[in-house]
Design a protein around this ligand. Structure first.
Ligand SMILES: Nc1ncnc2c1ncn2[C@@H]1O[C@H](COP(=O)(O)OP(=O)(O)OP(=O)(O)O)[C@@H](O)[C@H]1O
Ligand SMILES: [Mg+2]
Length: 341
Protein backbone atom coordinates (compact mmCIF):
# COMPACT_ATOMS: atom_id res chain seq x y z
CA UNK A 1 0.00 0.00 0.00
CA UNK A 2 1.18 3.51 -0.72
CA UNK A 3 2.42 5.13 2.45
CA UNK A 4 2.02 8.90 2.66
CA UNK A 5 5.30 10.68 3.15
CA UNK A 6 4.21 12.16 6.47
CA UNK A 7 3.74 8.62 7.83
CA UNK A 8 7.30 7.63 7.19
CA UNK A 9 10.02 8.63 9.60
CA UNK A 10 13.39 10.05 8.72
CA UNK A 11 16.08 7.56 9.66
CA UNK A 12 18.75 9.68 11.34
CA UNK A 13 22.07 7.99 12.10
CA UNK A 14 24.30 10.18 14.25
CA UNK A 15 27.69 8.54 13.81
CA UNK A 16 30.91 9.78 15.34
CA UNK A 17 32.29 10.95 11.97
CA UNK A 18 29.14 11.86 10.03
CA UNK A 19 25.37 12.21 10.17
CA UNK A 20 23.24 10.24 7.73
CA UNK A 21 19.58 10.99 7.06
CA UNK A 22 17.32 8.93 4.83
CA UNK A 23 13.65 8.62 4.02
CA UNK A 24 11.78 5.94 2.10
CA UNK A 25 8.28 5.79 0.78
CA UNK A 26 6.59 2.53 -0.03
CA UNK A 27 5.48 2.50 -3.66
CA UNK A 28 3.40 -0.57 -4.58
CA UNK A 29 5.05 -2.57 -1.82
CA UNK A 30 8.59 -1.79 -2.90
CA UNK A 31 10.73 0.63 -0.93
CA UNK A 32 11.47 3.82 -2.81
CA UNK A 33 14.26 6.15 -1.80
CA UNK A 34 12.81 9.64 -1.28
CA UNK A 35 15.70 11.50 0.34
CA UNK A 36 19.24 10.78 1.41
CA UNK A 37 21.91 13.01 2.95
CA UNK A 38 25.39 12.36 4.32
CA UNK A 39 27.10 15.21 6.18
CA UNK A 40 30.54 15.01 7.81
CA UNK A 41 30.97 16.18 11.41
CA UNK A 42 33.66 18.86 11.31
CA UNK A 43 34.67 18.82 14.95
CA UNK A 44 36.66 21.77 16.20
CA UNK A 45 36.91 20.29 19.68
CA UNK A 46 33.21 20.72 20.48
CA UNK A 47 31.69 17.47 19.22
CA UNK A 48 28.15 18.35 20.32
CA UNK A 49 28.01 21.67 18.45
CA UNK A 50 29.63 20.16 15.36
CA UNK A 51 27.15 17.27 15.45
CA UNK A 52 24.19 19.63 15.86
CA UNK A 53 25.39 21.55 12.80
CA UNK A 54 25.71 18.35 10.76
CA UNK A 55 22.19 17.30 11.84
CA UNK A 56 20.81 20.69 10.72
CA UNK A 57 22.59 20.40 7.37
CA UNK A 58 21.41 16.83 6.78
CA UNK A 59 17.78 17.58 7.72
CA UNK A 60 17.70 20.74 5.59
CA UNK A 61 18.63 18.57 2.60
CA UNK A 62 15.68 16.28 3.36
CA UNK A 63 12.95 18.92 3.61
CA UNK A 64 10.47 20.05 6.20
CA UNK A 65 10.06 16.72 8.05
CA UNK A 66 10.64 16.77 11.79
CA UNK A 67 9.84 13.26 13.01
CA UNK A 68 12.87 11.01 13.20
CA UNK A 69 13.97 7.54 14.22
CA UNK A 70 17.44 7.68 15.78
CA UNK A 71 19.68 5.21 17.56
CA UNK A 72 22.40 4.56 20.12
CA UNK A 73 25.31 2.09 20.08
CA UNK A 74 28.51 1.09 21.83
CA UNK A 75 29.45 0.21 25.40
CA UNK A 76 26.34 1.85 26.89
CA UNK A 77 24.06 -0.60 25.05
CA UNK A 78 23.63 -4.35 25.65
CA UNK A 79 21.55 -6.79 23.60
CA UNK A 80 21.17 -10.29 25.06
CA UNK A 81 19.35 -13.51 24.26
CA UNK A 82 17.38 -14.73 27.26
CA UNK A 83 15.59 -18.06 27.48
CA UNK A 84 12.59 -18.80 29.67
CA UNK A 85 10.02 -21.52 30.10
CA UNK A 86 6.58 -20.47 28.83
CA UNK A 87 5.39 -17.57 30.99
CA UNK A 88 2.38 -15.27 31.09
CA UNK A 89 3.08 -11.67 29.95
CA UNK A 90 3.13 -10.48 33.58
CA UNK A 91 5.44 -13.29 34.69
CA UNK A 92 7.71 -12.51 31.75
CA UNK A 93 8.04 -8.86 32.76
CA UNK A 94 9.17 -9.82 36.25
CA UNK A 95 11.49 -12.55 34.98
CA UNK A 96 13.06 -10.14 32.50
CA UNK A 97 13.89 -7.71 35.26
CA UNK A 98 15.71 -10.36 37.33
CA UNK A 99 17.35 -12.18 34.44
CA UNK A 100 18.26 -8.95 32.67
CA UNK A 101 20.04 -7.72 35.80
CA UNK A 102 22.25 -10.86 35.69
CA UNK A 103 23.41 -10.48 32.10
CA UNK A 104 23.94 -6.76 31.52
CA UNK A 105 26.97 -4.84 32.76
CA UNK A 106 24.83 -2.01 34.17
CA UNK A 107 22.57 -1.31 37.12
CA UNK A 108 18.97 -1.90 36.03
CA UNK A 109 18.01 1.49 37.55
CA UNK A 110 20.32 3.24 35.08
CA UNK A 111 18.98 1.72 31.85
CA UNK A 112 15.93 1.82 29.63
CA UNK A 113 14.97 -1.70 28.62
CA UNK A 114 12.97 -3.25 25.83
CA UNK A 115 12.44 -6.78 24.61
CA UNK A 116 11.11 -8.82 21.74
CA UNK A 117 9.79 -12.36 22.00
CA UNK A 118 11.27 -14.35 19.14
CA UNK A 119 9.56 -17.16 17.23
CA UNK A 120 10.08 -20.58 18.82
CA UNK A 121 11.89 -23.30 17.00
CA UNK A 122 9.87 -26.32 15.98
CA UNK A 123 9.18 -28.79 18.78
CA UNK A 124 10.27 -26.31 21.40
CA UNK A 125 6.96 -24.70 22.18
CA UNK A 126 7.69 -24.92 25.90
CA UNK A 127 10.49 -22.41 25.56
CA UNK A 128 10.42 -18.66 25.18
CA UNK A 129 13.32 -16.96 23.39
CA UNK A 130 13.59 -13.26 24.13
CA UNK A 131 15.88 -10.58 22.73
CA UNK A 132 16.50 -8.23 25.63
CA UNK A 133 17.84 -4.71 25.05
CA UNK A 134 19.22 -2.31 27.67
CA UNK A 135 20.58 1.17 26.97
CA UNK A 136 22.01 3.67 29.47
CA UNK A 137 19.37 6.28 30.33
CA UNK A 138 21.95 9.04 30.22
CA UNK A 139 23.02 8.22 26.66
CA UNK A 140 19.43 7.89 25.40
CA UNK A 141 18.36 11.12 27.15
CA UNK A 142 21.39 12.96 25.74
CA UNK A 143 20.46 11.84 22.25
CA UNK A 144 16.84 12.91 22.72
CA UNK A 145 17.85 16.35 24.01
CA UNK A 146 20.30 16.85 21.13
CA UNK A 147 17.55 16.00 18.63
CA UNK A 148 15.05 18.33 20.34
CA UNK A 149 17.63 21.14 20.39
CA UNK A 150 17.83 20.62 16.63
CA UNK A 151 14.05 21.11 16.38
CA UNK A 152 13.37 17.42 15.72
CA UNK A 153 10.90 15.04 17.30
CA UNK A 154 12.41 11.62 18.10
CA UNK A 155 9.62 9.06 17.64
CA UNK A 156 11.82 5.97 17.93
CA UNK A 157 15.18 5.40 19.65
CA UNK A 158 16.65 2.16 18.35
CA UNK A 159 20.01 0.40 18.53
CA UNK A 160 22.41 0.61 15.54
CA UNK A 161 22.88 -3.14 15.11
CA UNK A 162 19.15 -3.87 15.36
CA UNK A 163 18.45 -1.19 12.74
CA UNK A 164 21.03 -2.79 10.43
CA UNK A 165 19.57 -6.23 11.01
CA UNK A 166 16.09 -4.89 10.29
CA UNK A 167 17.32 -3.38 7.03
CA UNK A 168 19.11 -6.59 6.00
CA UNK A 169 16.13 -8.83 6.74
CA UNK A 170 13.72 -6.54 4.83
CA UNK A 171 15.88 -5.90 1.79
CA UNK A 172 18.06 -9.02 1.41
CA UNK A 173 16.78 -11.72 3.77
CA UNK A 174 18.39 -15.05 4.68
CA UNK A 175 16.29 -17.48 2.64
CA UNK A 176 17.91 -20.67 3.88
CA UNK A 177 21.45 -19.37 3.32
CA UNK A 178 22.22 -18.70 6.96
CA UNK A 179 23.66 -18.18 9.36
CA UNK A 180 24.99 -14.91 7.99
CA UNK A 181 27.11 -12.31 9.75
CA UNK A 182 26.43 -8.65 9.04
CA UNK A 183 29.26 -6.28 9.82
CA UNK A 184 29.04 -2.48 9.81
CA UNK A 185 32.55 -1.04 10.24
CA UNK A 186 32.34 2.67 11.01
CA UNK A 187 34.74 5.12 12.63
CA UNK A 188 34.45 4.43 16.36
CA UNK A 189 32.89 0.98 16.38
CA UNK A 190 31.90 -2.10 14.43
CA UNK A 191 28.34 -3.41 14.73
CA UNK A 192 28.02 -7.19 14.38
CA UNK A 193 24.82 -9.20 13.94
CA UNK A 194 24.77 -12.97 13.35
CA UNK A 195 21.41 -14.30 12.29
CA UNK A 196 19.68 -17.33 10.86
CA UNK A 197 16.12 -18.13 9.79
CA UNK A 198 13.84 -18.61 12.81
CA UNK A 199 16.47 -18.02 15.45
CA UNK A 200 17.39 -15.30 17.92
CA UNK A 201 20.14 -13.06 16.51
CA UNK A 202 23.46 -12.54 18.22
CA UNK A 203 24.29 -8.84 18.52
CA UNK A 204 27.51 -7.21 19.59
CA UNK A 205 29.43 -3.94 19.13
CA UNK A 206 33.21 -4.22 18.86
CA UNK A 207 35.09 -1.06 19.83
CA UNK A 208 37.56 -1.28 16.94
CA UNK A 209 36.97 0.51 13.64
CA UNK A 210 38.24 3.12 11.17
CA UNK A 211 39.58 5.55 13.80
CA UNK A 212 41.89 2.84 15.13
CA UNK A 213 43.21 2.19 11.63
CA UNK A 214 43.89 5.93 11.08
CA UNK A 215 45.47 6.13 14.53
CA UNK A 216 47.82 3.27 13.58
CA UNK A 217 48.92 5.22 10.48
CA UNK A 218 49.35 8.40 12.56
CA UNK A 219 51.56 6.56 15.09
CA UNK A 220 53.65 4.71 12.52
CA UNK A 221 54.27 7.86 10.44
CA UNK A 222 54.42 10.23 13.42
CA UNK A 223 51.82 12.54 11.86
CA UNK A 224 48.63 14.10 13.29
CA UNK A 225 45.44 12.02 13.19
CA UNK A 226 43.59 14.23 10.63
CA UNK A 227 46.49 13.88 8.21
CA UNK A 228 46.55 10.09 8.66
CA UNK A 229 42.77 10.01 8.16
CA UNK A 230 43.14 11.92 4.89
CA UNK A 231 45.90 9.64 3.64
CA UNK A 232 43.86 6.55 4.55
CA UNK A 233 40.72 7.74 2.74
CA UNK A 234 42.25 9.59 -0.23
CA UNK A 235 45.83 8.49 -0.86
CA UNK A 236 46.16 5.00 0.51
CA UNK A 237 49.01 4.19 -1.91
CA UNK A 238 51.19 6.88 -0.37
CA UNK A 239 51.15 5.19 3.07
CA UNK A 240 54.53 3.49 3.65
CA UNK A 241 54.58 -0.26 4.21
CA UNK A 242 55.52 -0.11 7.92
CA UNK A 243 52.37 2.01 8.54
CA UNK A 244 50.24 -0.33 6.42
CA UNK A 245 51.58 -3.23 8.52
CA UNK A 246 50.53 -1.54 11.76
CA UNK A 247 47.11 -0.76 10.31
CA UNK A 248 46.75 -4.39 9.22
CA UNK A 249 47.64 -5.61 12.69
CA UNK A 250 44.71 -3.54 14.04
CA UNK A 251 42.44 -5.05 11.38
CA UNK A 252 43.62 -8.53 12.41
CA UNK A 253 42.73 -7.60 16.00
CA UNK A 254 39.19 -6.84 14.82
CA UNK A 255 39.07 -10.15 12.94
CA UNK A 256 40.13 -12.00 16.12
CA UNK A 257 37.17 -10.42 17.90
CA UNK A 258 34.94 -11.67 15.08
CA UNK A 259 36.34 -15.18 15.33
CA UNK A 260 35.65 -15.14 19.08
CA UNK A 261 32.07 -14.01 18.47
CA UNK A 262 31.53 -16.68 15.79
CA UNK A 263 32.76 -19.36 18.22
CA UNK A 264 30.50 -18.02 20.96
CA UNK A 265 27.53 -18.08 18.56
CA UNK A 266 28.31 -21.68 17.61
CA UNK A 267 28.66 -22.80 21.20
CA UNK A 268 25.88 -20.83 22.91
CA UNK A 269 23.31 -20.58 20.17
CA UNK A 270 24.15 -23.92 18.55
CA UNK A 271 23.88 -21.88 15.40
CA UNK A 272 26.75 -23.16 13.27
CA UNK A 273 29.39 -21.01 11.65
CA UNK A 274 28.22 -18.08 9.50
CA UNK A 275 28.30 -19.08 5.83
CA UNK A 276 28.65 -15.58 4.45
CA UNK A 277 29.76 -12.23 5.84
CA UNK A 278 27.98 -9.10 4.56
CA UNK A 279 30.18 -6.07 4.94
CA UNK A 280 29.02 -2.46 5.10
CA UNK A 281 30.00 0.90 6.70
CA UNK A 282 32.35 3.71 5.71
CA UNK A 283 35.46 1.65 6.39
CA UNK A 284 34.59 -0.76 3.56
CA UNK A 285 36.26 1.93 1.42
CA UNK A 286 39.61 0.40 2.51
CA UNK A 287 40.62 -1.48 -0.65
CA UNK A 288 41.98 -4.70 0.88
CA UNK A 289 39.68 -4.98 3.87
CA UNK A 290 37.27 -7.40 2.23
CA UNK A 291 39.94 -9.86 1.02
CA UNK A 292 41.79 -9.69 4.35
CA UNK A 293 38.64 -10.56 6.30
CA UNK A 294 37.73 -13.29 3.81
CA UNK A 295 41.22 -14.87 3.90
CA UNK A 296 41.51 -14.74 7.68
CA UNK A 297 38.02 -16.11 8.35
CA UNK A 298 38.07 -18.52 5.38
CA UNK A 299 34.56 -17.32 4.46
CA UNK A 300 33.02 -15.51 1.50
CA UNK A 301 32.65 -11.79 2.24
CA UNK A 302 30.20 -9.69 0.21
CA UNK A 303 30.09 -5.92 0.14
CA UNK A 304 26.54 -4.92 0.98
CA UNK A 305 25.06 -1.64 -0.22
CA UNK A 306 21.79 -1.34 1.75
CA UNK A 307 20.25 0.77 -1.02
CA UNK A 308 20.87 -1.84 -3.73
CA UNK A 309 17.33 -3.25 -3.65
CA UNK A 310 15.45 0.04 -3.19
CA UNK A 311 13.61 1.68 -6.04
CA UNK A 312 15.58 4.74 -7.04
CA UNK A 313 14.59 7.63 -9.29
CA UNK A 314 17.77 8.08 -11.28
CA UNK A 315 16.66 11.55 -12.35
CA UNK A 316 17.01 12.52 -8.68
CA UNK A 317 19.91 10.34 -7.51
CA UNK A 318 22.55 9.26 -9.98
CA UNK A 319 24.17 5.83 -9.85
CA UNK A 320 27.64 7.01 -8.66
CA UNK A 321 26.03 8.96 -5.78
CA UNK A 322 24.13 5.86 -4.61
CA UNK A 323 27.26 3.73 -4.94
CA UNK A 324 29.24 6.29 -2.95
CA UNK A 325 26.80 6.89 -0.07
CA UNK A 326 25.28 3.37 0.07
CA UNK A 327 27.92 1.78 2.35
CA UNK A 328 27.36 4.55 4.92
CA UNK A 329 23.59 4.15 5.01
CA UNK A 330 22.73 0.82 6.65
CA UNK A 331 21.79 2.25 10.07
CA UNK A 332 19.84 5.19 8.61
CA UNK A 333 18.01 2.86 6.20
CA UNK A 334 17.09 0.45 9.01
CA UNK A 335 15.84 3.36 11.12
CA UNK A 336 13.82 4.77 8.21
CA UNK A 337 12.00 1.41 8.02
CA UNK A 338 10.68 1.77 11.56
CA UNK A 339 6.99 2.55 11.78
CA UNK A 340 5.91 5.87 13.21
CA UNK A 341 4.28 4.68 16.46
N1 LIG B 1 37.57 5.58 1.10
C1 LIG B 1 37.74 5.21 2.36
N2 LIG B 1 38.73 4.35 2.67
C2 LIG B 1 38.93 3.94 3.95
N3 LIG B 1 38.16 4.33 4.99
C3 LIG B 1 37.15 5.19 4.72
C4 LIG B 1 36.89 5.67 3.41
N4 LIG B 1 35.83 6.53 3.47
C5 LIG B 1 35.46 6.57 4.78
N5 LIG B 1 36.25 5.78 5.52
C6 LIG B 1 36.21 5.58 6.98
O1 LIG B 1 34.90 5.27 7.34
C7 LIG B 1 34.67 5.68 8.71
C8 LIG B 1 33.33 6.36 8.77
O2 LIG B 1 32.35 5.38 8.51
P1 LIG B 1 30.87 5.54 9.04
O3 LIG B 1 30.27 6.77 8.49
O4 LIG B 1 30.19 4.25 8.77
O5 LIG B 1 31.14 5.75 10.61
P2 LIG B 1 30.26 6.55 11.65
O6 LIG B 1 28.86 6.04 11.54
O7 LIG B 1 30.41 8.02 11.51
O8 LIG B 1 30.95 6.13 13.00
P3 LIG B 1 30.48 5.22 14.23
O9 LIG B 1 29.15 4.63 13.93
O10 LIG B 1 31.55 4.18 14.35
O11 LIG B 1 30.45 6.17 15.37
C9 LIG B 1 35.84 6.60 9.07
O12 LIG B 1 36.72 5.91 9.94
C10 LIG B 1 36.52 6.86 7.73
O13 LIG B 1 37.91 7.01 7.86
MG1 LIG C 1 27.94 4.35 12.38
Amino acid sequence: MFRRRSDSLIGLDIGSSSVKALQFSSDTGRLKLEHAALVGIESNGNWRDATAKAIHDAISQIGKYREVAASVAGPSVAVRHLRFPRLSPDELKGALWWEGAQVIPFDMEDVFTDFQVMGNRENETERLDVLFVAAAKQVVNDRISLLRECGLEPRVIDVDSLAILNCFLETVGIRGNGPVAILNIGARLTNLAIVNDNSTPFIRDIMTAGNDFSQAVAEAMDIPFPQAERLKTEEIRSIPSHAVDLMESKIRGLIEELTGSFKYYQAKEAGGEPKTVFLTGGTTGLPYLRSLISDELGLPVRLWNPLENAKIDHGEFDQPFIREIGPFMAVAAGLALRKNP
